[in-house]
Design a protein around this ligand. Structure first.
Ligand SMILES: CC(C)(COP(=O)(O)OP(=O)(O)OC[C@H]1O[C@@H](n2cnc3c(N)ncnc32)[C@H](O)[C@@H]1OP(=O)(O)O)[C@@H](O)C(=O)NCCC(=O)NCCS
Length: 145
């Protein structure tokens, strides 16, 4: 089930972030922000009430685009289509014509997912991550759907 996440999901989201992003887990305040601030699409994938995946879309109306800020699925639930369902559900909530995201250049599983969903490589941010890894920027036009 994919549904809107709320501040009640904070603890589950903390756990998911730490498991999914051991190098880049967001600090607590960013997680609170992503669960409460306006102009954010926040969706959780849940099985029997337990959060097993999460996605946040950061809407920037003045730029006419949205960024996928984070997406993650607990390891034991991967390769079942949940990541894909989360990205598609997030896109479905957006009114902006374009979506962008950044991903570690070595994150092949995520890049495969995005390519499969029609995202195209749009550029690189050198040494964007704390350990010096480059970010690949990808984008998708939602008008083309
Ligand atoms: C990236 C991530 C969200 C994918 O979630 P998922 O639920 O496993 O993805 P899906 O099952 O929907 O996969 C859909 C497609 O993506 C591609 N894909 C996903 N994982 C893959 C892998 N390990 N290797 C190759 N392709 C992969 C495949 O094309 C897959 O389709 P298929 O299973 O029919 O071959 C998950 O691996 C994850 O949480 N990773 C850690 C956090 C992360 O890196 N997030 C992205 C940050 S930008």
């Amino acid at each position: 089930m994919i549904e809107t996440a709320t501040w009640r999901d904070l603890n589950a989201l903390r756990h998911l972030e730490q498991v999914c992003f051991p190098l880049d887990a967001w600090p607590l305040w960013d997680l609170i922000g992503i669960l409460t601030l306006p102009n954010v699409v926040r969706l959780r994938a849940a099985i029997d009430g337990k959060m097993i995946g999460f996605i946040a879309g950061d809407i920037r109306p003045s730029e006419n685009l949205a960024w996928i800020a984070t997406v993650g699925v607990l390891p034991e639930y991967r390769r079942r289509g949940i990541g894909e369902a989360l990205v598609l559900a997030c896109e479905g909530h957006l009114r902006e014509p374009e979506v962008r995201l950044s991903v570690r250049v070595g994150n092949h599983e995520a890049i495969q997912l995005y390519l499969r969903l029609g995202y195209q490589k749009a550029g690189y941010w050198p040494a964007y991550y704390q350990d010096g890894e480059d970010a690949l920027v990808m984008q998708k036009s939602l008008n083309a759907l």
